[in-house]
Design a protein around this ligand. Structure first.
Ligand code: ADP
Ligand code: MG
Length: 699
């Protein structure tokens, strides 16, 4: 697949299925193209001589020069043939508008497979099928059947919903927001979101990549691509639709906690994508990111002529990742010089209700000069001594002078419109609501961190892969796909510390294992059919040597009573781990259909699902990311020695997360896995319990 630049800047476009029939899609597309497009438009239809005044050809092969792009609108039954014909005529870029493919059931799915085969054979850049079309403003191309065309600009937008594009354009045109390219992704049989992220990442005319996505096909590839692109170009997405495709009947804690939306949340964040919830936010972000410089620091100055709204702005800053800048002495005395005595010269700066342009201007100027100020928000209520339009012009000039981001909240209705237009032209967003203004500054701060963030490659530990494979095959040998504590060696093979212990299948053996272990022991029932051992009294903690024999028999009896047909492998006898100085954590993995292995870390023990103090990352997880995972849980202070506790060995936790990440990356056969608890103490970690599910066919 080549670069997609010709798809967006063709010199000629063939419309296959062009027609003049009123109300038809073929007519709408020809009309949209004919009216504005810089290049030539070639209708193709064997039943017409001309369409809307343009010469019509019977097939793409008869067009004298092969068109750069073919837009296909013929009925589904002949669409694949039409694409093939265009490809054979030398067309390399195809947009299939026609619906009736995989979105419609098994016949459609079969048709889509044929389409993919044709595209692969001819190495086509194919958009769709079931697409609204594509647009590109530099060549005035509107190859869609939508009613609206985009204004020129520097945002490139992709959407998995065609209807959403028409709605967005209608709205964006009202707002004066302009686009470079727009693409309706349709069924994404060939080109998908990752291809467009890559394309726009290389496109100097795209300042911000925007998307409305319901799903991401290949999460791992998307993360890799987006990480690269976001070094230069922000990506902002609305991800809707909480699919439950991944929520299989989970048999692990991790499986029940780490579902599909957690995967998206983590995956998009790791990709450097800014995820927003609403369309309004999508375009607030877009406007800020395309029109404003990035702040060097997160200190914000608020300059206002109105107390109340100034407080609203201050509150919004408090709720955000930004902070209210504290001014230098120099700034304060300069403000004292510029403002009347009753004014507030500390942040938020209140120039008071009678502030005229000059007073406002100097306050903003002084505030923006302060090194501790990364950005400013100007909040103003309408007054008789102030022209919003003049203020807007002054603000633009000051922004230019200082090169720092500024947003405005010129509050009011009609009286603000002319000023808002002036500001918009200069790339400054104006919002009535201070919270929205602060949010758009936050978007800039977020992106600055994304741009500056480097992702270190995951570590590769020296592990015993063959031994691990052999442990996993143990499930297969038993005709099962589940493994419990009998798979402790798997952890050992990957260098994750486990307490001393063994599985026994006779009480005498249990006694002899216990005698080899210092002090009292822990004994646990070992059965793939018993998910949570302690629920049935299947875990005995602090068993003295003389009680081991009876404890063994008791555990077996309990298992039998609980579930007479349960497969009982035996009883594990395990060294006691110190839970007074250690904290029970969980490290686990669940496999997501889109993103692959998700690694989970959190507060562990038997109440994990109740507390749900956990966080996830898409594997592979590097050291920095593993460290961030610890930072993110609420119980982090517990691990770091709150209330006189001794801090846990954080390095050992971080390493365990990384080693688990390597294990689940090395073995796609592992579907779900819990180490719960991983006891994290001052002198290291101990994996006390494990349970996993494997796909034995993949071993
Ligand atoms: P399950 O999760 O199936 O109930 P575990 O092996 O996780 O079984 O044991 C349950 C709880 O028993 C653990 O969360 C922990 O509090 C305690 N426990 C288990 N093994 C040990 C051990 N070796 N040392 C100290 N406490 C343990
Ligand atoms: Mg457990």
């Amino acid at each position: 697949m080549g670069s997609l630049s010709e798809l967006f800047a063709p010199e000629s476009v063939a419309v296959v299925g062009a027609t003049d029939r009123e109300g038809s899609v073929g007519r709408a597309i020809v009309t949209n193209l004919r009216d504005e497009f810089d290049g030539s438009v070639v209708p193709v239809n064997p039943n017409r001589e001309s369409v809307l005044g343009l010469d019509c050809y019977p097939d793409v092969g008869s067009v004298p020069d092969a068109p750069d792009l073919a837009v296909v609108v013929v009925p589904p039954q002949i669409a694949v043939d039409a694409v093939e014909e265009a490809a054979e005529a030398g067309v390399e870029n195809v947009v299939v508008i026609t619906a009736g493919f995989s979105e419609t059931g098994s016949d459609g799915a079969a048709r889509e497979r044929e389409l993919v085969a044709v595209a692969e054979e001819h190495d086509l850049n194919l958009v769709g099928p079931n697409s609204l079309g594509v647009m590109s403003t530099p060549v005035d191309m509107n190859a869609t059947f939508g009613p609206e065309k985009a204004l020129p600009g520097s945002l490139s937008f992709m959407s998995q919903s065609g209807a959403f594009i028409t709605a967005v354009l209608d709205w964006a045109n009202d707002q004066g927001l302009g686009f470079k390219d727009v693409v309706s992704l349709g069924n994404e049989a060939v080109l998908d979101e990752t291809d467009f992220v890559r394309e726009w990442g290389d496109d100097p005319d795209t300042d911000v990549i925007l998307g409305y996505l319901e799903g991401i096909d290949n999460g791992q590839e998307f993360i890799r691509t987006a990480r690269d692109v976001t070094d230069d170009t922000p990506i902002v997405l609305v991800k809707s639709g909480r699919t439950d495709a991944g929520a299989q009947a989970a048999s692990s804690h991790t499986g029940s906690i780490a579902g599909s939306d957690e995967a998206y949340e983590a995956g998009l964040e790791q990709a450097g994508v800014q995820r927003v919830e609403t369309v309004q936010e999508l375009f607030d972000y877009a406007r800020a990111l395309s029109g404003q410089p990035l702040p060097d620091s997160d200190g914000v100055a608020v300059v206002t002529n109105a107390g109340g709204p100034g407080v609203m702005a201050t509150d919004a800053i408090g709720d955000s990742r930004l902070s209210l800048a504290s001014f230098s002495d120099e700034t304060i005395s300069a403000l004292q010089d510029a403002l009347p005595d009753e004014a507030n010269v500390y942040n938020p700066v209140d120039t008071i209700g009678d502030a005229d342009i000059e007073r406002f201007r100097s306050a903003i100027d002084v505030a923006l000069s302060d090194d501790g100020v990364g950005a400013a928000v100007v909040v103003s209520a309408p007054t008789a001594v102030l022209s919003f339009e003049t203020l807007a012009e002054e603000i633009l000039a000051l922004q230019e002078k200082h090169g720092k981001p500024v947003v405005t909240c010129l509050m009011g209705g009609e009286s603000t419109e002319a000023a808002a237009d002036v500001l918009r032209e200069g790339g400054i967003p104006n919002y009535f609501d201070p919270a929205r203004g602060i949010r758009s500054l936050e978007a800039l701060s977020e992106y600055r961190d994304i741009r500056d963030h480097t992702v270190e490659p995951p570590a590769e530990f020296d592990v015993d892969r063959e031994r691990a494979r052999d442990v996993l095959r143990g499930a297969k040998r038993r005709g099962d796909n589940r493994l419990g504590v009998e798979a402790m060696d798997l952890l050992d093979a990957y260098g994750i510390p486990t307490p001393e212990g063994d599985i026994t299948d006779a009480p005498e053996d249990a006694v002899s294992v216990a005698q080899d272990i210092d002090g009292p022991v822990v004994m646990k029932i070992v059965s793939p059919d018993i998910l949570h051992k302690s629920d049935i009294g299947g875990v005995k903690v602090g068993v003295e040597n003389e009680d081991v024999y009876d404890a063994y028999e008791d555990l077996i009896t309990r298992a039998r009573n609980y579930q007479p047909d349960a497969t009982v492998i035996g009883v594990q006898v395990q060294e006691m781990v110190d839970l007074d100085t250690g904290t029970e954590t969980i490290v686990g993995m669940n496999r997501d259909p889109q993103f692959g292995p998700l690694v989970l870390f959190g507060l562990g023990g038997i109440f994990v699902e109740i507390l749900e103090d956990t966080t996830v990352r898409v594997a592979p997880v590097g050291r920095d990311e593993a460290t961030e995972m610890i930072d993110e849980i609420k119980a982090a202070p517990l691990l770091r020695g709150a209330r006189g506790r001794t801090s846990a060995d954080e390095g050992a936790i971080v390493e365990t997360i990384q080693r688990l990440s390597q294990l689940v990356t090395d073995f796609p056969a592992i579907l779900e896995l819990d180490i719960n608890p991983l006891v994290a103490g001052p002198d290291g970690v101990q994996a006390v319990d494990i349970r996993l599910t494997v796909d034995t066919d993949k071993l």
